[in-house]
Design a protein around this ligand. Structure first.
Ligand code: ADP
Ligand code: MG
Length: 548
């Protein structure tokens, strides 16, 4: 089959014949010129010149020539044009040189003189077939290399737009097609839509972007693509095409367009189209194998990119759900927190209307005071919330901040509170730790909240101790502030909830349940962490780490 196809093309493979005897050259030329393309040279030197300027497939050289011998010439020809198939014409007695020439690869085979025309014909045909096969194999290997290289590049790109660009530019820049387009297939609509094409800025690309070829209008074309068949469209045949295809082919106005399906695991992903719209050489059949290889790789890359995008989206959704969850909890808690005092304020106001002329001492005394304190409670809640909104904003000034100083300030502030419930405060190791960069006000608030929590957790005669140490974790330096109390501790189930907004185990006039949430927010904004270790009945340690 292969030789059949090649036999028509023998003329495409020039044979260079070298012999110092003109007569021999003439005979050979006359015998074979109808069948092969024969070039002749009378010396090795002249033959090398021809080799330099013209493509040659087969070289047939006499051995015994004055000047450069046949084997010498073929050795040099091998260096200049290694792809040529070299045959030596030998007489008796050349066996030794011939053996050497064959061994070092200069000579493919030899023909003994005098040669027989039929045998020579067979030899020359075989040589040409061998040459053609080698060339095809080299071409395939090169293409395989190109496909591999393109596959490596595109499968590493996960952003769809950049992936499409990479894919198309490898078809235009690396393989040299004038134009390249990517269609994506919509299974529900049974439509191929032109997603992107190159060269960018080309009028054709702009005009055809978003062009749709639907199965309804082009059932044969889409059917072919769905069956995984490549198609070659020619502008010359345009009248025989289905209308949507005809419009597109006319618009591209290339002599030829090759359309290759891009397969996916669960069905067609789309199609790649390449063309010679700028008048480059015809797209021959061998290129089709190359494009099909690239299309298969493109399918893998596109599918990967889609999976990664799906993963990214679902992760975004989880994060969003998380945030919405927190917001929801916060809003629900806030509504609850404000609603309770509002109920008593509302009750008071509606009763006040009736009692405005009455001299009800209890009402105007206790109830009024209660309503006023409820208003105050809402006010302070709102103040806390608005503070929460400010936390973490960029306009909070950051400055080197001495944690030891902050702790001493807080301790002075809450001393009376601690003494009132008979809790002692002991400050250890406050100095020596490096300063942290932070918003002093906010860190003050954190320490205040935590030391108050600690005091409130203690029974009389309890103790709260605070210390600061430097900590080196993974090459980064942190200041670590530990607040330890001898209080009630935190049960395991509550440990998970203490940072939630409005989670509190304290009475309504004592705790809002917002303290630790705010602390957590401030510390994370500072790039730090909060850890809790607690043993119910024995006490709790909160540790804050802030990078220095
Ligand atoms: P609040 O102090 O207003 O209750 P926080 O957010 O500061 O709100 O604290 C939430 C809850 O965490 C407290 O109600 C308490 O149950 C628990 N908690 C915090 N610190 C301690 C501690 N040092 N010892 C025991 N429980 C604590
Ligand atoms: Mg608190």
């Amino acid at each position: 089959m292969a030789s059949d196809r090649l036999s028509h093309e023998m003329n495409d493979f020039p044979i260079l014949v070298v012999d110092d005897e003109l007569e021999n050259l003439r005979v050979l030329e006359l015998t074979f010129r109808r069948e092969f393309k024969i070039l002749t040279a009378e010396s090795g030197e002249a033959a090398l010149e021809i080799l330099n300027s013209e493509p040659v497939a087969v070289i047939l050289s006499d051995h015994r020539m004055p000047g450069m011998s046949g084997t010498e010439f073929l050795a040099r020809a091998r260096e200049m044009a290694p792809e040529t198939v070299r045959i030596l014409l030998t007489a008796y007695g050349d066996a030794e040189t011939l053996g050497r020439a064959i061994n070092d690869g200069s000579v493919y085979r030899y023909v003994a003189k005098p040669w027989d025309a039929d045998e020579m014909r067979v030899t020359l045909r075989r040589a040409i077939e061998y040459f053609a096969m080698e060339r095809e194999r080299d071409g395939l290997l090169r293409e395989l290399g190109t496909v591999n290289q393109i596959a490596r590049t595109i499968t590493q790109e996960h952003a769809p737009d950049r992936l499409n660009d990479l894919l198309l530019s490898s078809l235009t820049d690396e393989i040299g097609f004038d134009g390249a387009s990517l269609f994506l297939y919509d299974e529900a609509e049974q439509t191929l839509t032109l997603e992107r094409s190159l060269p960018a800025g080309d009028a054709v690309c702009e005009a055809t972007l978003g062009y749709e070829i639907a199965a309804a209008g082009a059932p044969a074309f889409i059917g072919s693509v769905l069956r995984g068949e490549s198609q070659r469209l020619e502008v010359a045949d345009v009248l025989s095409y289905e209308t949507p295809v005809r419009i597109w082919v006319t618009e591209v106005a290339a002599d030829q367009i090759v359309v290759v399906p891009v397969p996916g695991k669960e069905g067609l992903l789309g199609a790649i189209a390449v063309d010679n719209r700028c008048g480059s050489a015809a797209l021959d059949a061998s290129k089709r194998v190359l494009i099909e290889g690239i299309a298969a790789q493109a399918g893998i890359a596109i599918q990967n990119a889609r999976r990664i995008e799906e993963l990214r989206q679902s992760r975004l959704q989880i994060v969003r759900a998380d945030r919405l969850g927190t917001l929801g909890t916060l809003a629900a808690g806030l509504a609850h927190e404000i609603n309770n005092p509002l109920v008593s304020i509302h009750t008071f106001l509606s009763l006040a209307l009736e009692k405005r002329y009455e001299d009800d001492e209890e009402f105007w005394g206790e109830y009024l005071a209660l309503a006023a304190s409820e208003v105050e409670r809402i006010r302070s809640l709102v103040a806390t919330m608005s503070h929460l909104g400010r936390v973490g904003r960029d306009d909070v000034p950051l400055a080197p901040c001495d944690l030891g100083e902050v702790v001493r300030g807080v301790a002075t502030l809450i001393e009376s509170e601690a003494t009132a419930v008979d809790v002692s405060i002991s400050l250890e190791h406050l100095d020596g730790a490096p300063k942290v960069m932070g918003a002093r006000e906010q860190i003050h608030q954190v320490v205040l909240n935590m030391m108050l929590n600690a005091i409130q957790a203690c029974e009389p005669e309890g103790r709260v101790s605070v210390r600061i140490v430097s900590e080196n974790t993974g090459g980064s330096l942190f200041a670590r502030l530990e607040i330890t109390d001898t209080g009630a501790g935190i049960s395991e189930e509550n440990l998970e909830r203490i940072f939630d907004p409005f989670f509190t185990t304290k009475g309504p006039d004592k705790g809002t349940g917002l303290g630790l949430m705010i602390c957590h927010r401030i510390i994370t904004d500072h790039g730090g962490t909060i850890e809790v270790a607690s043993r119910p009945g024995q006490g709790t340690t909160f540790a804050i780490r802030i990078p220095v």
